[in-house]
Design a binder for this molecule. Structure first.
Ligand code: NAP
Ligand code: ZN
Ligand code: ZN
Length: 347
């Protein structure tokens, strides 16, 4: 493949800047993808800033990748040059363990190989992500994008989308179910779109009053400002499923109380610090507290097909690459409606 251009952080304290690096040659089972758009996930920021612990630099973040097939290896029959495709949070796994074999390779027992901030399976080649012009990925970890979807809004589906689609499906969101979404950011706005499309009754729990009109326009049936104790209290014992997408520390007990009998609060937001929980909040109403991490390649393809059918994409603000550092600050300030997407022409 040779040299490609990207945007990289050279350390946790350095701003992201233009950087040239090598992509591997296309192997027999590889797909070379020309990247059109790369989403900015809050996880990119957590990792660049080492909020999840020591990271690997230089770091080219980006695990929400929308592009087109530029070339395929000799043993790839399932993708054709020019086809729209996506790449998400992981690009390999052991393929042999129980979870890989059962189609849950994102929960690989040896650990999935992440798209960036991780070594390839050889344990020494550093992977570089989607804030770049192109990427080479094994065909088994590339997904097909329905042709009817607006490509500008597709990239965020590959992480934000699947991360909320998977628990909504797993915990049975649908008609007759009350679903609350904590935090209306990249993940949260996709959760609202999906839960509404699945037929659930959706409530947004947000600390930003200015997002009320958007929440309702996205498909929510109700909006509660989490600073409003009385409004939050009125939801006590009403919700079947709560998806917590908040990127900062929250008092989980306050929200567990909103679950009805046998309800589940699923944590997908990952601020990186432990949070205390009162056991009493779980005992009452036989509540469950769960976590969920992205979704498998198989389920991500299912989610993309669901998006194709329902014409769902992310609401995005398309930016030039030299705006990335500013965009990071705006994401941290909950000031994004609802995902920044880098136009890679500007890299
Ligand atoms: P985001 O766009 O920044 O959205 C996070 C939302 O959380 C904000 O829009 C805001 O919503 C709320 N929030 C932020 N700071 C807050 C504070 N101090 N107090 C209360 N609410 C606050 O982030 P994202 O990209 O959606 O990611 C959300 C989290 O999920 C991140 O921690 C990310 O690392 C994690 N994540 C996990 C997975 C997984 O596999 N589980 C995958 C992707 C991302 P309001 O303004 O509406 O309150
Ligand atoms: Zn992500
Ligand atoms: Zn495995």
């Amino acid at each position: 493949m040779g040299k490609t251009k990207g945007f990289a952080a050279q350390s946790a304290s350095a701003p992201l800047a233009a950087w040239e690096f090598d992509r591997r040659e296309i192997g027999a089972r590889d797909v070379s993808v020309d990247i059109s758009y790369a989403g900015i996930c809050h996880s990119d920021i957590h990792q660049v800033r080492e909020e999840w612990g020591p990271a690997k630099f230089p770091m080219v973040p980006g695990h929400e990748i929308m592009g087109t097939v530029a070339a395929v290896g000799k043993d790839v029959t399932e993708f054709k040059v020019g086809e729209p495709v996506g790449v998400g949070v992981y690009v390999d796994s052991c393929r042999k363990c129980e979870n890989c074999q059962s189609g849950e390779s994102h929960q690989c027992l040896e650990g999935m190989t992440q798209t960036y901030n991780d070594f390839a399976r050889d344990g020494k080649t550093l992977n570089f992500g989607g804030y770049s012009k192109n990427i080479v990925v094994d065909a088994d970890y590339v997904m097909r994008v329905p042709a009817n979807l607006d490509p500008t809004g597709v990239a965020p589906l590959l992480c934000a989308g699947i991360t909320v689609y998977s628990p909504l499906r797993h915990w049975g969101a649908g008609p007759g179910k009350n679903v609350a979404v904590m935090g209306l950011g990249g993940l949260g706005h996709m959760a609202v779109k999906f839960a509404a499309a699945m037929g659930a009754n959706v409530t947004v729990l947000s600390h930003s009053d200015s997002k009320k009109a958007d929440a309702l326009a996205l498909g929510a049936h109700a909006f509660v400002n989490t600073h409003d104790e009385a409004a939050l209290g009125a939801l006590t014992k009403t919700q079947d499923i709560i998806i917590n997408t908040v990127s900062a520390d929250v008092d989980i007990d306050r929200f567990l109380k909103l679950l009805k009998l046998n309800g589940t609060l699923v944590i997908v937001g990952l601020p990186g610090k432990p949070a205390p929980i009162n056991a009493g909040s779980l005992l009452e109403m036989r509540r469950s507290l769960a976590g969920s991490m992205i979704g498998s390649i198989k389920e991500t393809q299912e989610m993309l097909d669901f998006c194709g059918k329902h014409n769902i994409v992310s609401d995005v603000e398309v930016i030039d690459a030299d705006y990335i550092n500013k965009a990071y600050d705006r994401v941290v300030n909950s000031d994004v409606r609802y995902r920044f997407v880098i136009d890679t022409v500007t890299i």
